[in-house]
Design a protein around this ligand. Structure first.
Ligand SMILES: *Cc1c(COP(=O)(O)O)cnc(C)c1O
Length: 394
């Protein structure tokens, strides 16, 4: 056995001992309220498929039609020969959806953040970043090689002090999730915008978990607060509530022209597959025509949240249908997830480094298509699994 192999095995063992080793679980069906796993039908409570669109017939039809017309791949990077009209159509729809001038589609949310931040900030600038921002924002900041000032989670006083400290920078950019992915709480966007205006800073928000979830027609938190025009850089994904794959950055025409010229994760990669783009367009149409999906998602979030609290579980301070059941250490979080899977409820444990040390949790996410009977079944399983894992009495 080679030297590298031995080192990696010993490091994997260390992860295993700390209950931090990750493994892939293979699902044998489309996403929906239930999935097929290990030959069983299970309630799915761990997806980002909030509106149930990932297996919606209208999206599947749109994806199939786009594949028939444009083929399965974009064929080249966007700036060479990969700018298929379905991608431009999607960008026009996204700009309208977000209430801004223009949008640019990236291969994924990770790529969007990885390319956009370094295109806008360099060593002479300053980035102000919430400590619970998504890993893709953190990695985008690292690649920018700009000084990064990390402020305490949603702490406006801390942010203000840092903005004052960054007065000498050419540019100050505040970067934040709008809905925090692992906690479901909201950034204080109106106050951040106000602070930014006073300190001549730009604001970039990541709406991955807000698109399709918040705002009239699901356009996100900025739209819910009427702040579309105050946000300089809107980022969001097509892969969560929109049920497809890919992501966008939206804002002024000038911003988009700049990114086309400078965002390396846009320039040096192949365009999004036509099927993904067409499915995302169909998803935006569906959210418009069936706004009751959002209401069902929120109703389900409230119902499940109340039931979990009543059973004695400790929930984090969420403001959305993302329900963080806080366990603490990684091992009992894994045990609870296993006990739920044995009871046909698919929920996974989220452990460090995805969340801070001592805050391992189950991230529970109902979708619009779950019925009351589904949620009651989930609550019964949670109560039994929680008792078995020694996390709740009763
Ligand atoms: C999921 C997520 C991303 C990454 O999006 P992908 O399209 O899955 O790469 C970026 N930011 C946040 C906040 C996310 O939750």
């Amino acid at each position: 056995m080679g030297f590298l192999q031995r080192q990696l095995l010993s490091e994997l063992d260390a992860l295993e001992r700390g209950a931090l080793r990750r493994r892939l679980r293979t699902i044998d069906s489309a996403h929906g309220p239930r999935i097929a796993y290990q030959g069983r039908s299970m309630l799915m409570l761990s997806s980002n498929n909030y509106l149930g669109l990932a297996s919606h017939p209208a999206l599947i039809r749109a994806a199939a039609a786009a594949s028939e017309k444009f083929g399965t791949g974009a064929g080249a990077s966007r700036l060479i020969a990969g700018n298929l009209s379905v991608l431009s159509d999607l960008e026009a729809r996204l700009a309208e959806f977000k209430g801004v001038e223009a949008a640019l589609v990236f291969g994924s949310g990770y790529l969007a953040n990885l390319g956009t931040i370094p295109a806008l900030a360099g060593p002479q600038d300053a980035i102000l970043s919430d400590e619970l921002n998504h890993a893709s924002l953190i990695d985008g900041c690292r690649l920018a090689r700009a000084p990064v000032m990390v402020y305490r989670h949603c702490d406006l006083d801390h942010l203000k002090a840092m903005l004052e400290g960054a007065r000498g920078a050419r540019r100050r950019i505040i970067v934040t999730d709008s809905v925090f992915s692992m906690d479901g709480d909201l950034a204080p966007l109106a106050d951040i915008v106000e602070l930014a205006r006073r300190h001549q800073a730009a604001v970039m928000i990541d709406e991955a978990h807000a698109v399709g979830v918040l705002g009239p027609h699901g356009a996100g938190l900025a739209s819910a607060l009427n702040l579309e025009r105050e946000i300089d850089i809107h980022m969001g994904t097509l892969s969560k509530a929109l049920g497809s794959y890919g992501a966008y950055v939206a804002g002024t025409r000038t911003l988009i022209d700049w990114l086309i010229n400078r965002a390396r994760s846009f320039i040096f990669t192949t365009g999004l597959p036509p099927a993904s783009a067409a499915a995302a367009i169909a998803a935006i149409d569906l959210i418009r025509s069936e706004p009751e999906r959002l209401r069902r998602l929120w109703d389900n979030g409230c119902y499940l949240s109340q039931g979990l609290k009543a059973a004695g579980f400790r929930l984090g301070a969420t403001a959305t249908p993302i329900l963080p059941v806080i366990v603490g250490q990684a091992r009992p979080a894994l045990d609870l997830a296993e006990a739920l899977i044995r009871r046909d409820v698919f929920v996974l444990a989220i452990r460090p480094p995805t969340v801070p040390e001592g805050t391992a949790r189950l991230r529970v996410t109902p979708i619009a298509d779950h019925t009351r009977a589904d949620l009651d079944q989930a609550l019964a399983a949670f109560a039994a699994a929680g008792r078995e894992a020694g996390l709740i009495q009763r």
